[in-house]
Design a protein around this ligand. Structure first.
Ligand SMILES: [Zn+2]
Length: 194
């Protein structure tokens, strides 16, 4: 099915609700077996459309090998975040992928002088590489912080990741407009028995 048709059928589910780019990127994966749950970054054009919907600065669809590298990172990250959400240890192979990408991101960092001192900038010439580095640095930041804030939507038809930035760790749903509302309706129906 062409992407545009799939979009018409399956949007809107609110995208970019995770609050962190590395989690939003993992949420492009089909997280359930539902027919409506499709890989939003499966092809270069899918990826470009997703990035553009999120206002991510990418000028063109990635080459196949560039996308393959991004998707390998995505698969490793999703398994790591699932392990975190389940209270399990992340698999060594997945951490190896993340660490290799982290080393790549570090290697691209340069101190650049500005009018008010220095800033750390990413010197990779291709925007798509800088995006991959940004995803990796974001994952590093998340995983070295409070792991309780990395959550997975409890709706079995969703399972999207999100970052709980609330003071008392009370965020429960990927999006109140989607799964939160669906849960409210479900509970109301159960109560009213219709
Ligand atoms: Zn959800």
């Amino acid at each position: 099915m062409p992407t545009s048709d799939r979009l018409k059928r399956h949007l809107p589910k609110h995208e970019f609700v995770a609050g962190r780019i590395c989690l939003d990127f993992c949420n492009t994966l089909p997280r359930t077996r539902l027919e409506a749950d499709w890989d939003r970054a499966e092809t270069p054009d899918d990826f470009l459309a997703w990035a553009q919907r999120g206002g991510i600065a990418t000028d063109r669809a990635p080459a196949a090998d560039v996308l393959a590298r991004l998707l390998a990172l995505r698969a490793a990250l999703a398994r790591i975040f699932d392990a975190v959400a389940d209270g399990h240890r992340a698999a060594t192979g997945d951490l190896d992928v993340l660490n290799a990408e982290l080393a790549d991101a570090r290697a691209a960092e340069r101190l650049v002088p500005t009018e008010r001192g220095f800033v750390l900038a990413d010197a990779a010439p291709a925007a798509i590489d800088r995006l991959r580095h940004a995803v990796v640095r974001d994952a590093e930041d998340l995983l070295t912080g409070d792991l309780r804030r990395i959550k997975r939507c409890p709706d079995h038809d969703c399972l999207w990741f999100f970052f709980d930035a609330s003071k008392n760790l009370s965020r429960r749903w990927c999006s109140m407009d989607d799964c939160g509302t669906r849960d409210k309706v479900r509970r109301f129906r159960e109560r009213e028995r219709f």
